[in-house]
Design a protein around this ligand. Structure first.
Ligand code: NAI
Length: 322
């Protein structure tokens, strides 16, 4: 029987995973944060299921039996994919398990900001006022332009949702065919045009060496004054200090952030906290009961099919087939 260790702090029990494995594998849950935790707890594992744990080359070198790292996510930025490839360890992800939730969350952040939801709610419930004119600078959402950074699965769903609201949608993604953008009615533009023409900029970029801190001071300087900046992608793609400066100067008028530079930030000291013009959610855009269920099932299926050699049924992202 194969041994699988689940190393993130998953909700609930392991029934979904065990149900997929049947007699083929046994699974245990041991939440880990550090490289040492992973080495200690996965030493005899054939497979692991992880979320944001640091699967580095050093960790892999110390896990002699490991054949597959099944990431329970779309973004795989905390796994050294190339080191895994060199060691013959497959890395899998789950490309679509939560894309509807993240698209909903992205649109929710834009609309909440546009309609000043936080301001009006605070005015009524905290200040006990019933005044419609505490925010006079509200634009009509459908007359604006939304710029999508990245045009993968999630921003495509954002585009579909936005059709009912009416804004013009443009996108920057040099790896996407123009025909696909045409199908969605989206103009593909270069990055500077996206920055200078968008009233709302939504970041859907994956985090990797090329995208790290790509949204920096130079990028913010190119944006419209008062732009709304949304990030439901990855925090490390943004230079957080530059974002804070841009909020302080008014360059960024409002921000809606589901992800920050640190995966586990200290919110008691974060300078992003306590601002009227920033909505923060704790990396929850992916979440629904259905997405958690699907993630559990599909990450276990990736392991089952991989270890059985049925490669076409799993989502291998580093090309390794044992
Ligand atoms: P996807 O894998 O479908 O698409 C990624 C897109 O980014 C691709 O079209 C690719 O061409 C493009 N891209 C890569 N490098 C680029 C660059 N330098 N400049 C412009 N475009 C570039 O990913 P999907 O489903 O759209 O998700 C996007 C990101 O959202 C994920 O990588 C993940 O990090 C994040 N995410 C966040 C969640 C949350 O709970 N906040 C949940 C799920 C995903």
């Amino acid at each position: 029987m194969k041994k699988v260790v689940l190393t993130y702090n998953s909700q609930g029990g392991l029934e979904y995973e065990q149900n997929v494995f049947g007699d083929f594998a046994g699974i245990v849950k041991i939440p880990c944060r550090t490289e040492e935790d992973l080495i200690k707890n996965c030493i005899d594992a054939d497979a692991v299921i992880c979320s944001y744990e640091p699967y580095t080359a050093y960790v892999m070198d110390n896990l002699p039996k490991l054949k597959i790292i099944a990431v329970k996510a779309i973004g795989v930025d905390t796994v050294d994919i190339e080191a895994a490839r060199q060691r013959g360890i497959a890395v899998t992800n789950i490309p679509k398990y939560c894309i509807h939730e993240v698209a909903d969350h992205t649109v929710m952040l834009m609309l909440s900001i546009n309609r000043r939801l936080i301001q009006f709610n605070n005015s009524v419930q905290k200040d006990k006022l019933w005044k419609f004119d505490i925010c006079k600078d509200i634009s009509r959402f459908g007359e604006g332009t939304v710029g999508l950074l990245g045009f993968g699965n999630i921003p495509r769903l954002v585009t579909e949702r936005l059709k009912g609201f009416g804004p013009k949608v443009i996108a920057y993604d040099p790896y996407v065919d123009e025909k696909i953008a045409d199908e969605y009615g989206v103009d593909l533009v270069d990055i500077d045009d996206l920055y200078s023409n968008s009233d709302y900029i939504c970041c859907h970029l994956p985090h990797n060496k090329n995208t790290e801190k790509t949204i920096n001071k130079e990028a913010f300087d190119k944006m419209k004054d008062g732009v709304v900046f949304i990030n439901t992608g990855r925090g490390k793609v943004v230079d957080e200090k530059a974002l804070i400066d841009a909020l302080d100067s008014g360059k960024v008028g409002y921000a809606g952030l589901d992800v920050l530079e640190e995966e586990y930030p200290d919110m008691s000291t974060s300078p992003l906290n306590g601002r009227d013009n920033v909505i923060l959610t704790p990396h929850v855009a992916f979440y629904s009961q259905a997405s958690v269920r699907d993630a559990k099932i599909h990450s276990a299926e990736n392991i089952l099919y991989y270890l059985k050699g049925e490669y076409s049924k799993c989502s291998i992202i580093n090309g390794v087939k044992a």
